[in-house]
Each structure stands twice: as C-alpha cells, then as structure tokens.
Design a protein around this ligand. Structure first.
Ligand SMILES: Nc1nc2c(ncn2[C@@H]2O[C@H](COP(=O)(O)OP(=O)(O)O)[C@@H](O)[C@H]2O)c(=O)[nH]1
Ligand SMILES: [Mg+2]
Length: 405
C-alpha cells in the first residue's frame, strides 16, 4: 500500500503527524479511537492489529496522544504507515505533558468521527469490546457507554489485590459524592468508554491525573449513560504508570468537581451579601439624607440594590450564559422577580410566626434564605438559563458483522 506521510497542525499548537492509508484518507471516519500512551512501544503493533480486526466494516481513525520517553512515537509512525486504519500521532512536547486525563482531552479535540472511544494502549482494554460498546449505545439509545470492570460479568483479573481494593474503594467513594451523575455507573474510574462526540465539550473538562471518565460524566449533563461489563486483562508488555499520587489527584479533582457544580449558587449568594450592604446604605441615605419616609426609602433602596445585584449576576455569576440582545429582557425579569420577592416576604413571615410559631428573628432569616433560593432557581432556570443545542439523530452505521447497528 502506498502510504503517504505528512505533518500537519490539526490540533492548535500540537505536533500532529498523520499516516493516511490510501483507502481511507478521504473518508470521514465513523469511529475515533483515542489512545493515550507513555512508553508503550511493544504494545502499539498488537493494539493496532486487534483494533483493525475488531472494527472491520467501520471507517476508524486511531489517535495516539503520546508522552513517551522511549521510542514509542517512532513505532507509532512506522506501524501507522502499515496499518489500513487512519493513524494519527499527537506527540506532546515536554512542556505540554500534563497527565493522562488532559492527554485524552487533546485527543478529543482532534477526533473527527461522531463516536469516540477512549482506551489504554497496553491491551488491558481488549479492542474486541469496542464494537460491543457501539452496538450497546445504539441498542439502548444511550450516548455514553462505559466498559465496567466492577459490574456483574466484568472482571479485574489483570489487577493485583492491592489495586483491586483501591479500585473498589475509589469507585464507591466517588459514587457516594456524585450519586446523581453516577447512578447508572458502577465503575466511574474506568479508562475504557465510548461516547457521542457532540455530547461532550472538551473545553469543559479539566481532569487531573488519570481519571477522565468521572470528569466527563460530571461535566456533561446531556449524556444518557449506560455500561457494559468487560474483563480487565493483564498488561501486554511494559509497566504501569499508576502510583499513589493518582489517589491524591483524584481527591483534588473530586473536590473541584463538587465545588464547581455549586459554583453558580455560591457566587449568587456572595452577590446577595454585597446587595444587602448596598441596600442598607441606600436605605439610610434616602431616609436620613433626603428625609424620605422609610417605606418609600425601602422601595427605592431595593431598586438600587437590585440593579447592583443584576450587574454582578450578569457579568460574573452567569457570565458564560449571556445571550446577546436580550439584556433588557433579563433586566426586566430580574427586577420583577426581586420586587415580587419583596412582596412575598410579608406573607411568608406571617406564615412562619403565626402558623408555625417560629421566633420572628429566625423567621426573618428563614424567609431571606428561602427567597434567595427561590430567586436563584428562577435566575438559573429561567433568566440566565443554559441554552441547550437539540440532539440531532445520527445516521445508523453498518457494523463489523454487516448488521445494522
Ligand atoms: N499520554 C499519556 N499517557 C499516559 C500517561 N500515563 C499513562 N499513560 C497511558 O495511559 C494508559 C493507562 O496507563 P497504565 O500505566 O497502564 O495505568 P493502569 O492500567 O492503571 O496501571 C496506558 O496506555 C499508558 O501508556 C501520561 O502521562 N501521558
Ligand atoms: Mg494499564
């Protein structure tokens, strides 16, 4: 086969080399397989051959994202030329080597197919499972399928007892913390999964260390998720790069993920506190300075502090959700909600004090917190709501066995 070789810049700033086979170079791939590698020279050849055999009938590209210190990149270039698959190599320069998870994200940016599969390069993830994952995605109408070592039918034969215990414990811990996002997932730390490319935005992902799937699941709320058991095999050749540092990085990642899923609420509350100060100052100014009746001052002060809150909410709390041209509409909605909240506090106070016999000071705080949450929900769900692109149906693809998937 007359393989061509060229250097390109498909990924911004990346050193990407591509080996195109004559067969597939002009065709849009149907499946992108991302393989992060660090010193896997002996595994590249067998991996490519087994991926080729397993994905026959599909136009498949394999993207290696490499951080090796051995001759793995040279082997990838050489094997890539001889493989009928479209093989790309992102060889990361020393200064861009920032861990396995972020290597996978670079691969996602370069992927061209509708479906993306992430797998290890040491054959612990058997390539024969790839078509099963794809088949499962279509059969269950899900947009991410995780290959699980820990569910019934799966296995961890390739792990030492120590690694098994760690895997179970970390899986258990992360399912506890992210129970909502992980309710259908037994093995959130598996490195073997397949997903629809349009459902995951690489810009939203900042994984630390090894655990990329957890990051994908927590940061991609549009995904419909399922899993499939598989047997985690022995390493083919070479050595594991996992060490106890990874557990520390995982804890940091979990902390950041849980904080960031509350980030909007925390910012909204911080803005609310500054608004309280502005409100009090204006109230004093109108009453003492201009001699207005305190009720009139309170109404005016609320307009002032609401404008202040709006400016901060627009430019900080929900800054990434601003839609051009609807600023006035958002301002009007926000002022209406805040004035409405003011009207609601009276009846709410009466309800707590007279009906539930709550002390009036506690009732006051309670009503403030409740209205803050209500205002937050309205702001989050209605005024600055996240725009969601509609999910377009994908064309069915003809699979490895020729059957319609
Ligand atoms: N690009 C890249 N790949 C890595 C890095 N560390 C590990 N890998 C690859 O990620 C996959 C899983 O790593 P491995 O050491 O086998 O971890 P284990 O299976 O948990 O023991 C293998 O393909 C490694 O070559 C890294 O820092 N950068
Ligand atoms: Mg491994």
């Amino acid at each position: 086969m007359d393989a061509s070789f060229r250097s390109g810049s498909e990924v911004s700033g990346a050193e990407v080399t591509k080996q195109h086979s004559a067969e597939h170079s002009l065709l849009q791939p149907q499946l992108s397989v991302i393989v992060p590698t660090r010193n896997e020279a002996k595994n590249v050849g067998p991996l490519l051959e087994r991926v080729r055999a397993a994905t026959q009938g599909l136009i498949t590209e394999v993207i290696f994202v490499d951080d090796s210190t051995d001759n793995t990149p040279a082997v990838i270039e050489d094997e890539g030329k001889h493989s009928p698959l479209e093989v790309s190599l992102i060889a990361r320069p020393l200064e861009r080597r920032n861990g396995l998870g972020k290597a996978v994200v670079e691969g996602m940016r370069a992927a061209k197919a509708d479906w993306v599969c992430v797998m290890d390069g040491d054959l612990q993830h058997p390539p024969e499972v790839i078509p099963q994952l794809l088949h499962h995605a279509y059969a269950t109408n899900t947009t991410l399928v995780a290959a699980s070592r820990l569910t019934e039918g799966g296995g961890t034969a390739g792990l030492s007892l120590r690694r098994k215990v760690i895997s179970y414990a970390l899986a258990f811990g992360s399912r506890l913390v992210f129970s909502k996002q992980l309710r259908k997932i037994t093995d959130p730390l598996t490195g073997f999964f397949l997903f629809r490319r349009d459902m995951v935005n690489p810009d939203d992902l900042q994984p630390e260390g090894f655990k990329i799937l957890l990051e994908v699941l927590v940061r991609s709320p549009r995904l419909r998720v399922s899993e499939l058991p598989f047997e985690f095999a022995e390493r083919n050749a070479g050595e594991s790069k996992a060490n106890s540092n990874e557990a520390v990085k995982l804890f940091r990642q979990m902390l950041r993920l849980s904080l960031s899923s509350q980030a909007h609420l925390l910012r909204f509350m911080a803005v609310g506190l500054t608004g309280l100060v502005v409100n009090t100052l204006l109230l004093a100014l109108f009453t003492e300075g201009f001699g207005l009746l305190y009720i009139v001052s309170a109404i005016l002060a609320t307009q002032g502090s609401s404008l202040w809150n709006f400016a901060l909410t627009e430019t900080w709390v929900f800054r990434e959700r601003r839609e051009d041209g609807r600023l006035f509409h958002r301002l009007l909605s926000y002022m209406t909600v805040n004035n409405g909240a003011l009207l609601l506090r009276g009846p709410l106070l009466v309800f707590f004090v007279s009906w539930l016999s709550v002390h009036y000071l506690a009732a006051n705080v309670l009503s403030l917190v409740m209205l803050m949450l209500l205002r937050y929900l309205i702001a989050d769900r209605l005024i600055w709501k996240k725009s969601v692109a509609p999910e377009l149906p994908l064309a069915p693809i003809t699979g490895v066995t020729g059957e319609k998937l």
